[in-house]
Each structure stands twice: as C-alpha cells, then as structure tokens.
Design a protein around this ligand. Structure first.
Ligand SMILES: [Ca+2]
Length: 111
C-alpha cells in the first residue's frame, strides 16, 4: 500500500468518525419524560409521553429521570396525589434520593 492510498484511507476514516459524532444520540431524540428504575439512567426504562395517572408495573421504583420538551411533575400517589416534584425542561436528575423522591413516584404529567 503506497503512501497516497494510506492517506486516502485515513481521510475516509476521519469522515466516518465525524459522521458518527454529528449523528443524534438516542437520548437527545427522546421526547416526554424518561424514567429509570435505578439511579444514573440504569435499570429498566420507560418513556412517558403524556399524563400517566398510575405507574402500573413501575410504581414506587423510579430513581432517575430526564424531562424532555417541557417541565414534568412527578407525584407521590396515583391520580396526581400526594407530594409533587417538578422537573424542569431538560433537567436530568441522576438520583432522586438527592431530592427526597426516590422510589416514590406513582403518577406524572406535564406541568
Ligand atoms: Ca408512591
């Protein structure tokens, strides 16, 4: 392989890397409220698109969240009852323990 060909290969590799870098990450494409069962975006995941009056199947387990598109409110009880935690638009809370809301959320809606 001569030097010229190697140069072209390096240029092609650089273009490929650039292409990957500018592609949207899956997280940035998300809409709604993203919730994970564990801290730091780990464990099972749900993407909430609208008002959910009852976290059926994931009640009292949410430990990290990202609010996309608007602010979202988490509620302690189903049907938007009990204590409320407002997550501002774009905010990522890596560990809901830090805001006194770990394994508590039972419903959510935009707010
Ligand atoms: Ca609850």
């Amino acid at each position: 392989m001569n030097r010229h060909v190697i140069g072209r290969l390096i240029a092609a590799a650089a273009i490929t890397v650039t292409g990957v870098a500018v592609a949207p990450a899956p997280a940035s494409a998300a809409v709604g409220l993203q919730v994970w069962f564990d801290a730091n975006k780990s464990g099972q995941y749900r993407n909430i698109q609208g008002s959910i009056s009852n976290f059926d199947g994931y009640n009292d387990v949410v430990s990290s969240v990202v609010a996309n598109g608007s602010a979202w409110c988490l509620f302690e009880h189903k049907d938007f009852g009990g204590r409320q935690l407002r997550v501002t638009k774009g905010q990522y809370i890596a560990n809901l323990t830090n805001v006194g809301f770990n394994d508590i959320a039972s419903s959510a809606k935009r707010c």
